[in-house]
Design a protein around this ligand. Structure first.
Ligand code: ADP
Ligand code: MG
Length: 399
C-alpha cells in the first residue's frame, strides 16, 4: 500500500482550517435522516480535529443535483442529525467557496464545526474543475479525506483538493484502507474469495482480477449458474446468462493457469416457484435440476465443503450472497458460511473482509456483522477496489 498521511501526522492545528470530505449521502424520508451510520463513521475524525483545535469545514455531496441548486437536496437538512451524533452545535454555510465561507471561518472559533453546502450544486465538483478546487482551497489550511465510499470518483472535493492542500486520510478512510490492504494487498495466505450475487455481468472485472490474486475462489449465487452452464450443466429455469458462458470458461482457464482453485456448488437448493418455503422445494445434485426448476441456493453438503475450505485459509474477502437470501429458506447457505467465517475470525485464524450492499444486509441477517474483521459499506468504491483498480481519491492522498 502506498504511503498516505493520517491525523497522526498533523502538527499543531489550533485555529487552522480543515476541509474534511465526508460521506453525508444519507438515507432520508420526508426531510428526516433515517439511518445515521455514515455520520457515525465520520464522527471520530471530525471530533478528533475539533479536539485538536481546528476549525472543521465538512464537505459532502447529497443525491444527484447535477450542478444546480436543488432546495430539496440542501445539506442544511442533515445538520440536526449531525449535531445529534457529534453532541455539538454545527453551523451551516450555504456555499463551498468564496467570501461567505471566508466570513464563516472568521466567526468559527478553534474546535468549531460547520457543514458546507452540497458540493454537487456546483458543476465543477464532478468535473474536478481546477478553478473550483482553487476557490475551495483558498479558505483552508489542510484537507482530510474520510470518504472512502466516494474515492472511486475523481471529483474536486474527493481528489482535486488533495493536490493543492496538505492532504491526510481521516480515521474511517485509514481503517478501510488498512483492512483492504490486509485482505488483498499484502494478505496472509492462503486467501479465499467468495463471490456471489445475481449476475456474472455485473462482476466480470471482479472475477477476472480475483482469480489472479487468491488461492480459492468460491462462486455462488445466480452467477454460479452461468459457470455451471458453461461446464455443460443443465440449470433449468435458473437465472443464468447463457451468452456469457464463453467468458465464464475463459475465467476458469485463467484461474487454472494462476493456480486458483474455483469452487462451484455441486449440490443445490431448487424450486419451481420463487416464493418463501415453496411446496416444490428440494435439494439435489447439480446434475439433477429439472427443466422447470430454478437454483436458488447452495445445498447444505456443498456449504459444509466450502466451510472446510475456509478452515484451511488465513484470509477471506467476500462480496455477494450465495443464494436468494431475502427469501427463506434460500438464505441458509449464506448464513451458514458467514457463521463459519465469523467463528474462524473470532478464533483468530482468519482475517475476514466483506462488502457490497446486499452482502452487508445478508451478513447483518446472519447476525455476524460484528464478528468479521471489517465490513465495508462503500458499495461502488469497494467493488472497484475488488477489481484491482486504483481509486483516484486514494491515489491522490498518496501522491
Ligand atoms: P452485492 O449488493 O452485495 O454486491 P449483488 O447485488 O451482486 O450483491 O447480488 C445480490 C442479489 O443476488 C440478491 O438480491 C440475491 O437475491 C440475488 N441472488 C443470489 N443468488 C441468486 C440465485 N440463485 N438466483 C437469483 N438471484 C440470486
Ligand atoms: Mg446489490
Amino acid at each position: 500500500m502506498s504511503a498516505f498521511k493520517t491525523l497522526d501526522d498533523l502538527g499543531d492545528v489550533t485555529g487552522k482550517v480543515a476541509l474534511v470530505r465526508v460521506d453525508l449521502n444519507l438515507p432520508m424520508n420526508d426531510g428526516q435522516v433515517t439511518d445515521d451510520t455514515r455520520i457515525r463513521a465520520a464522527a471520530p475524525t471530525v471530533l478528533e480535529l475539533a479536539e485538536k483545535g481546528a476549525k472543521v469545514l465538512l464537505l459532502a455531496h447529497f443525491g444527484r443535483p447535477k450542478g444546480e441548486r436543488v432546495s430539496t437536496q440542501s445539506l442544511s437538512m442533515v445538520v440536526g442529525a449531525v449535531e445529534k451524533v457529534l453532541g455539538k452545535e454545527v453551523m451551516f454555510v450555504p456555499e463551498i467557496a468564496g467570501d461567505v465561507v471566508g466570513q464563516s471561518v472568521g466567526i468559527l472559533r478553534a474546535g468549531d464545526i460547520a457543514i458546507l453546502e452540497n458540493t454537487r450544486f456546483w458543476k465543477g465538483e464532478e468535473k474536478n474543475d481546477p478553478e473550483l478546487v482553487k476557490a475551495i482551497a483558498a479558505n483552508a489550511d489542510f484537507y482530510v479525506n474520510d470518504a472512502f465510499s466516494a474515492a472511486h470518483r475523481a471529483h474536486a472535493t474527493t481528489e482535486g483538493l488533495a493536490h493543492v492542500l496538505p492532504a491526510y486520510a481521516g480515521r474511517s478512510m485509514q481503517a478501510e484502507l488498512e483492512a483492504l490492504d490486509k485482505a488483498l494487498g499484502t494478505p496472509e495466505k492462503p486467501v479465499a474469495a467468495v463471490v456471489g450475487g445475481a449476475k456474472v455481468s455485473s462482476k466480470l472485472d471482479v472475477l477476472k482480477h480475483l482469480v489472479t490474486q487468491v488461492d480459492h475462489l468460491i462462486i455462488g449465487g445466480g452467477m454460479a449458474n452461468t459457470f455451471l452452464a458453461a461446464k455443460g450443466v443443465d440449470v433449468g429455469k435458473s437465472l443464468c446468462e447463457h451468452d456469457l458462458t464463453g467468458t465464464a470458461n475463459e475465467i476458469l482457464e485463467t484461474a487454472d493457469q494462476a493456480g486458483c482453485t474455483v469452487h462451484l456448488p455441486y449440490e443445490v437448493v431448487v424450486s419451481k416457484e420463487f416464493a418463501a418455503n415453496p411446496p416444490s422445494l428440494r435439494t439435489c445434485n447439480v446434475h439433477e435440476v429439472a427443466a422447470d426448476e430454478m437454483i436458488l441456493d447452495v445445498g447444505p453438503l456443498a456449504v459444509e465443503a466450502l466451510s472446510d475450505v475456509l478452515k484451511t485459509c488465513r484470509t477471506l474477502v467476500w462480496n455477494g450472497p450465495l443464494g436468494a437470501f431475502e427469501t427463506v429458506p434460500f438464505d441458509a447457505a449464506t448464513v451458514a458460511l458467514a457463521r463459519t467465517a465469523a467463528a474462524l475470525t473470532r478464533e483468530g485464524s482468519l482475517v475476514s473482509v466483506a462488502g457490497g450492499g446486499d452482502t452487508v444486509a445478508a451478513l447483518n441477517h446472519a447476525g455476524v456483522a460484528n464478528d468479521f474483521s471489517y465490513i465495508s459499506t462503500a458499495g461502488g468504491a469497494f467493488l472497484e477496489w475488488m477489481e484491482g483498480k486504483e481509486l483516484p481519491g486514494v491515489a491522490a492522498l498518496s501522491a
